[in-house]
Design a protein around this ligand. Structure first.
Ligand code: GLN
Length: 278
């Protein structure tokens, strides 16, 4: 039986147990199925869906009911106003990570600065920086081959030719190379964190989320190796958990960084720490 958009929108309540944004989720799925924007839904509430559109919507809606992230269902997520392809191979970009982009853009780096994004995932940070700074030379690396392929596909789709994406386990393939900025959103969640059993993160790979040593292992690896890969006057910017600020500042100071400072995210929580190689 044919159904209208407004009838399907009413079904959003069914998602209330799995999502805090059930209405928006339903709208996004409908837009995805129809290939239209949200204005369309409200302008044409009596529009009927074809049988195949209805089936497609039902399949996606059922998957959402099982908790799958909206970004995995539509295959995309916006970051810094760029539309990025996402997959289950890596983290879904978070709005909080835009703080790192803002911090990087606030530095007065050379016109053609060399920048390294470690653990790039979808390429979010590197590509956002490339969109703002077409003359920066940006390397984006990830240890996971599927993430490298995904980030490179996003780079190609956006048409940025100042980003090079390749496989590297942190600095493993960067011997002898130095940068004016090293930036990273590494895994920083402790394996015992309850948060891993909730919401979207259940569908994201542990390799992008979880780190040993109560979440500090990768932060610590990056901090202790960054010095070798930063030029004099270079900067290190790291995302971390909201309770990790003190320790990250301490690690950076011990590693010889100066002007170490932590910045807060959209929720006012400690989220990123910056340090300078003087
Ligand atoms: N901020 C993310 C979360 O809490 C984790 C990101 C990360 O581990 N790098 O879900």
């Amino acid at each position: 039986m044919p159904v209208t958009l407004s009838e399907l929108l009413k079904r959003s309540d069914e998602l209330a147990t799995v999502s805090d944004t059930s209405r928006l989720d339903t709208e996004v799925l409908l837009c995805h199925v129809l290939g239209k924007n949200r204005t369309f839904l409200y302008t044409w509430p009596e529009q009927l869906l074809s049988t195949s559109q209805q089936n497609q919507f039902q399949t996606l809606f059922n998957r959402r009911l099982k908790g799958e992230p909206i970004a995995h269902l539509t295959g995309t997520r916006e970051f810094w106003s760029l539309s990025l392809n996402v997959s289950s191979a890596t983290l879904i970009p978070r709005p909080d990570t835009e703080l790192l982009v803002e911090l990087a853009l606030g530095l007065s780096l050379a016109e053609q600065a060399a920048v390294l994004d470690l653990g790039t995932g979808t390429g979010a940070i590197a590509l956002a920086l490339a969109s703002e700074k077409p003359h920066w030379n940006i390397c984006a690396v990830d240890a996971v081959a599927e993430a490298v392929a995904l980030a490179d596909e996003n780079r190609r789709q956006l048409g940025f030719d100042n980003v090079r994406v390749f496989q590297s386990d942190w600095f493993s393939e960067l011997n002898g190379q130095t940068f004016d900025l090293v930036i990273s959103n590494p895994p920083y969640i402790s394996a015992s964190d309850d948060h891993l059993q909730q919401g979207d993160v259940r569908f994201e790979p542990g390799s992008a989320l979880v780190a040993d040593e109560a979440g500090f292992a990768d932060l610590s690896t990056i901090i202790s190796n960054a010095n070798l890969h930063l030029s004099l006057g270079g900067w290190l910017i790291l995302e971390h958990g909201y309770e990790q600020g003190d320790e990250v500042r301490q690690m950076m100071s011990l590693a010889g960084f100066s002007r170490v400072a932590t910045h807060t995210d959209l929720a006012g929580l400690d989220r990123a720490t910056i340090g300078h190689k003087a």
